[in-house]
Design a protein around this ligand. Structure first.
Ligand code: CA
Length: 222
């Protein structure tokens, strides 16, 4: 079935460009240029995914996101012009499925839209032969093979896996991993993630399951 995308973007040229790319990929695309038209439109027409700009005339993207969450079962990708804004948005726990920062390439948007739709259809469960975490021995098994993670790598992966699709900043990961409040640098998280990825790639070379979100942090997603 064709997935329906609603683009809410007041920069009409940009909205048109996204529409062209998404249409070419076989999506059914509608556009709105004001925030205060979104709820009524979604009630009347329904949609699978909303690409929602943050700064909009009429009603801002935050309020639109909250309103949609209250009544509609739709995926939401928030679009913001500021990378540092994403931290604040994450803290608000709006329930958006992903965040994209401008300027973006339309190809990147198409890829993110597909990933979010795939996730919403598949639910949060990993497929058979997926990842299993055994707390007792810090043992992570992927497709039946032991990943041989260190204790720290195991803790980090466990935090990510607990909420598939949720984007964690490096600070959040450090807080959740290091309960003894040792001071560690951002680079420590990066280097652990790098090692985890290498071990995952050793078992499933074609599959990325720990994703970096540019300028923000990391998430786990099949
Ligand atoms: Ca805008």
């Amino acid at each position: 079935m064709t997935s329906r995308i609603l683009i809410v973007e007041d920069e009409e040229k940009l909205a048109g460009l996204l529409r062209d790319y998404l249409t070419q990929e076989g999506f059914e695309v509608a556009m709105l240029h004001r925030g205060d038209q979104v709820e009524d439109w979604v009630r009347a027409h329904g949609t699978d995914l909303v690409l929602l700009d943050l700064m909009l005339p009429g009603k801002n993207g935050l309020d639109v996101c909250k309103a949609l969450r209250a009544f509609a079962d739709v995926s939401i990708i928030m679009v913001t012009a500021r990378v540092d804004e994403i931290d604040r948005l994450l803290g608000l726990e709006l329930g958006a499925d992903d965040y994209i920062c401008k300027p973006f390439s339309p190809r990147e948007v198409v890829a993110r839209v597909k990933a979010v739709l795939r996730r919403s259809k598949r639910g949060e469960a990993a497929p058979d032969g997926g990842l299993a975490l055994d707390d007792s021995g810090y043992k992570a098994t992927l497709a039946g093979k032991d990943l041989a993670l260190t204790a720290v790598e195991f803790e980090l992966l466990k935090v990510l896996v607990a909420h598939p699709g949720h984007i964690y900043t490096r600070e959040q990961l450090m807080d959740l991993m290091y309960r003894d409040q040792r001071v560690v640098s951002d680079r420590t998280v990066d280097s652990h993630v790098k090692k985890i990825r290498k071990k995952i790639a050793g078992v499933l070379p074609d599959r990325e399951i720990v994703h970096s979100v540019y300028g923000v942090g990391y998430k786990y997603e099949w």
